[in-house]
Design a protein around this ligand. Sequence first.
Ligand code: C2E
Ligand code: MG
Ligand code: MG
Ligand code: MG
Length: 284
Amino acid sequence: RAKADGRGCFRFFEPEMDADVRQQREFEFQLREAMVRQEFELHFQPIVELATFRPCAVEALVRWRHPERGLVPPDKFIPVAEEIGLIIPLGEWILDAACRVAAAWPSHIRLAVNLSAVQFRSGNLVEVVRGAIAASGLTPNRLELEITESVLLQKDQGTLAVLHELAALGVHIVLDDFGTGYSSLSYLQLFPFSKIKIDRSFVSELSSRSDCAAIVCTVMNLAKALDMTTTAEGVETWDQVALLRAAGCSEAQGWLFGRPGFASALSLDRALGPPPDVSIAAPS
Ligand code: C2E
Ligand code: MG
Ligand code: MG
Ligand code: MG
């Protein structure tokens, strides 16, 4: 029911609506209000170069500072924002705000921003990206736009054309959460990505499951052959770091190097290598 309503037709609260639907409507209402009240905020997580452990990029991750619920994670509200179309103005705000913050970072630090599949159907994504770059003064090649396979599921010409227009602006297109969707390999051919982010689910079992290590190694080799760099998501231990370096992974992101936090808390100037009592072999 809720789905059908989301597609543009309007429905009022009715007495016979069940509690679930009512709750859903209330949540949607509050989400729209949140945009007006500016209750969204960006948190930032560092990404390090595995050869040097120096920060090389930062991912912007949106949160909702809810007056009663506290900090709401994106998994809880992005799908709803997509259903009600709010992701369009929200996504525009995210790009704009993140680019402004990143413009103050050292110039070798790139900014990664997540895009929703819905933004690709908006008709003005390229203009929005161009606008955010112009307003912030960020050099386009410092911007990485992260998309998931869901964007490519709409295998239409429109999506591909938008991807090419974005690439023509000089920004990088990154394939996020790699390995979790369908027919991943054909997507790699469909568009020239700069980078693949291998999903956390493979990284978290890296030390305990040899099949995950095999998958990670295969993805790294594939990326190298296709001239793409790689980022491992969800890195939490030095064991994982050692295996990732051995596998030839270029970059890592995870709680080991820093949790998402306020921009002011980022330390981008020093290497985030292992403490003195942990020794790790040099990368292959
Ligand atoms: P993602 O783009 O794959 O982002 C990485 C997620 O992994 C983040 O979750 C991050 O906090 C989490 N993470 C990072 N390191 C670790 C770790 O070591 N261990 C564990 N357990 N988790 C780690 P978060 O911030 O909750 O975001 C979840 C998803 O929501 C994102 O996945 C992305 O798909 C979406 N999202 C976040 N911000 C935005 C945004 O601004 N726009 C859009 N469209 N989607 C967003
Ligand atoms: Mg991402
Ligand atoms: Mg991801
Ligand atoms: Mg993910």
